[in-house]
Ligand binder design. Sequence first.
Ligand code: ADP
Ligand code: MG
Length: 626
Amino acid sequence: MAKKQFKAESKRLLEMMINSIYTQKEIFLRELISNASDAIDKIYYKALTDDQLVFNQEDFYIKVTADKASRTLTITDTGIGMTKEDLESNLGIIANSGSLAFKKENESKDGRNIIGQFGVGFYSAFMVADVVTVTSKALGSDEAFKWESKGADGYIIEPCEKASVGTEIILKIKENTEDDQYDEYLEEYRLKAIIKKYSDFIRYPIKMDVKGKRPKADSENELEDYQEEQTVNSLIPIWRKNKSELTTEDYENFYAEKRYGFDKPIKHIHISADGAAVYHAILFIPENTPFDYYTKEYEKGLELYSNGVLIMNKCADLLPDYFSFVKGMVDSEDLSLNISREMLQHDRQLTLIAKNIKNKIKSSLQSILKEEREKYEQFYKSFGRQLKYGVYSDYGTNKDDLQDLLMFNSSKEKKLVTLDEYVSRMPEEQKYIYYASGESIERIEKLPQTEMVSDKGYEILYFTDDIDEFAIKMLMTYKDKEFKSVSSGDLGIEADANENQTDAEESDNKDLFEYMKSLLNNKVKNVRASKRLKTHPVCLSAEGEVTIEMEKILKAMPNNQDVKADKVLEININHEVFQSLKDAFAKDKEKLNLYTNLLYNQAILIEGLPIQDPVEFTNDICKIMV
Ligand code: ADP
Ligand code: MG
């Protein structure tokens, strides 16, 4: 049996294409301009191998003209044009790309890159136009032809007059409807904005006749209308320029023009990569936290260009979450785009670029930290929390990348220090990296638990962000040194006379502590003699994984209501209060109950935890006054 060809219902197909491929109608202009640029590129390629043909860059341009009276928008180019056959096969067969065929014949090696490949972009014109008329004269031909179509019901081709080589596409713009204001595609400012947005870096001038008013030559007060032809695109994108030609100001202007932020970036990173992944990128590290940064509304991502044409406003795949503050753009030639050129297929190239970019950002942050400390601290104030989230999330997968970028306030330095700085200052006998958690530096400094470690002369890192302790738990060690909360059971500080004494007293007072524990009714796991207190009478510490600080944070989140730290009430047995406890234990159990509750609530207060029954607490205080 003879094999049959599939027949597509081309009317339906066209309708589907026109209305479902693109999410935004304005895209049609990007598509037509891309085609025009391709057409000029083709002459350029021909000239490379044809001695008869000279390519003068100045002779080539694209022109966009709107006429409100006739509701027409015209896109003219001085490109290679189309023969009758070309019109037939390129515009008459959906999904046939003359450009793709051309690209295959003329494998380019010099950086000019034909954009077209799917053979559908042209039809996007029907999203905004009732009638599309193409007149074209091909290079090397004497005749010109006109192609015209109202969309679904087919097209005509007939000979016509056209003086110069190239193509002219006339769109008869649709009338406004309730949902769509087609009029806007006849407005100069709107057209300019669309060109700027998508086609700013097409490498041929895109010209428009721009109208304006200016003072009359012979009079100061009178204005006159004028019209002048302007090039509305920037032609050469800043990222394709040589780094040495650009100043910091150029980058800052780009940052502002692109509205990446209202601040000035702390740093720009300009990449022209030529390895396994070929791309250009300009990235910025902003100075200030965007107002919505730590909310769900914030969208991370970089602008993605393919060959100078904007494909995506925010390509999220290009940035890991922990660098979500980075702004900027990437331009690459060899991405596999989907048919609307609005999205990417899952692309190996993109993965490579993303990995590359991640490493560049990391090393750039490291060098700011090393060479421009103040700037880094400013950056860290804005985005440090995000880095700490990065250490914590994904089960710590990225901790190696991030640990050297972390900073915490130091008890000794009274400023932000890195983990490396901390470890390099550690005295030889110090076993752990000590930290203390609390709401603020001022509060932590007053925590009784820090006394012992501070007295030893050891530095303590202050954790004031919710995420800090969680991040550190994920890190576990830094340069083989374990992290240790000043509130944890064993501080690893060498036993001295004091401790031996504590151990002895511990067993002496076992009954007292057991009794106090029973008075506290399961509120604490243990009551014991403290090894860390010097001047304060009591403190709370935690046994096990969950510290008191973590309990506070987890309790503030939904679904974690019953997470509890195993609390230990620590008593300073060298404090005068302890004698009172012993006396009460011997003579007056009622009093011991009162003292125990008071001490427990004091410890709770110092920790910044809520007191269960404040009225009872104040009553208790009154009791000792009378
Ligand atoms: P693509 O650009 O992906 O190939 P299009 O639907 O945009 O698909 O265009 C189809 C084909 O029509 C192009 O490949 C090209 O051969 C031809 N074409 C479109 N516009 C022009 C133009 N302005 N000048 C010359 N050829 C054009
Ligand atoms: Mg195209």
